[in-house]
Write a protein that binds this ligand. Sequence first.
Ligand code: GDD
Ligand code: MN
Length: 378
Amino acid sequence: MVSVVTPTYNEADNVGPLVDALNEALGDLPHEIIVVDDDSPDRTWEVAGAIADADPRVRVVRRFDNHGLSPAVMAGLGAARGEVLAVIDADLQHDEAILPEMVRRVRDGEADLVVGSRATDGGSYGEWGAGRRVVSWVATLIARLFLRVPTTDPMSGYFALSKATFDEMAPHINPQGFKILLEFIGRRRHRLRVAEVGFTFRNRVAGETKMSPSVIRSYLLAVVELWVGRQVKGQFVLYSLVGASGVVVNLVAFALVESLDFGAISVGFGRPLRWSLLVGIQVSIVWNFLLNNYFTFWERRFRGRSLVVGLVLFELVSALGVIVHVSVFQFLESTNWGDRALGEDAARIAHDGVGFLVALVSNYYLNVNYLWGRRNSV
Ligand code: GDD
Ligand code: MN
């Protein structure tokens, strides 16, 4: 069976003609049509409900919260029963005549996802003016450049995919705004096999578009989000957040001990080591260990007795960081960097902070690959 999901918001005049057009285009192909309406003020849900009463192939989902095109599409896909799923706008702008060909390609395993494209052979933006064409061209170029999406029309709201693909990817989709297709094809980890079928974008006859500059803005944000998500791992973001809190803890401990004025210990070579530096480092090591254990690396955390083992290991791993930290600090102290601008005391705190940051990065590698690496998983 084919499940056709169509999101609606104030499409009362379009939903009837759409259902007729889909039934006509799909012919004998067993199918269901799922209208997902966000409680439209024009009562699209009611019109669709009356159609569903007369046609068992039609179902209506009326939603009341988390308003929006993408979440509506996800709700419809999630409720679908077919082995091939399709999404089409309700306003008749997408040409339903190519739907059987899109479905066939998914069903025959030629692709995981098929895009109804306005920019490929046989496709066109129809009667769009120069302005809209340029906006669409630029947005498409950006998505292709940054995400290398394998489609000529990443902003299309018309596509078909296999149920298996949907089931696998759905938990990773972040449904916001109009960018739903981008969410499916913009990820590197799930590289889908994408095919295209061209169609001519029709003009809207009834109702109004919900497209707006804010939709374009959120589309651009989505591109950036997907792109950034590939450059840095979420784990490093968490680790950095913990590190940032560690800087604060380190600086507070450092400043506190400085104010108690224990001075420095001479270890026999070079410049004497300040107690404040050593205490600050030790306090932040414990702090960072606990936070990383219970936050960054929660799935692989040390528990119970092994917590002590973990801390000892963390101290060892951090030893490298401590050497880096101390070296950077001693070096900056020797250059008197910032002394004149900040005063000697504040400059010393700044030297400590820089040392911490450099050490933070050098430690990350060891922490991820060794300490909370797979071998230690519980
Ligand atoms: N349930 C629900 N909730 N449906 C919505 C919402 C919403 O918040 N916003 C829009 N829709 C429905 C509309 O009723 C219509 O069926 C479809 O989504 C597309 O909305 P339009 O407002 O007609 O968008 P458009 O034609 O300007 O935008 C087209 O081009 C965009 C970019 O090129 C569509 O094909 C979009 O999918 C596409 O992203
Ligand atoms: Mn439209």
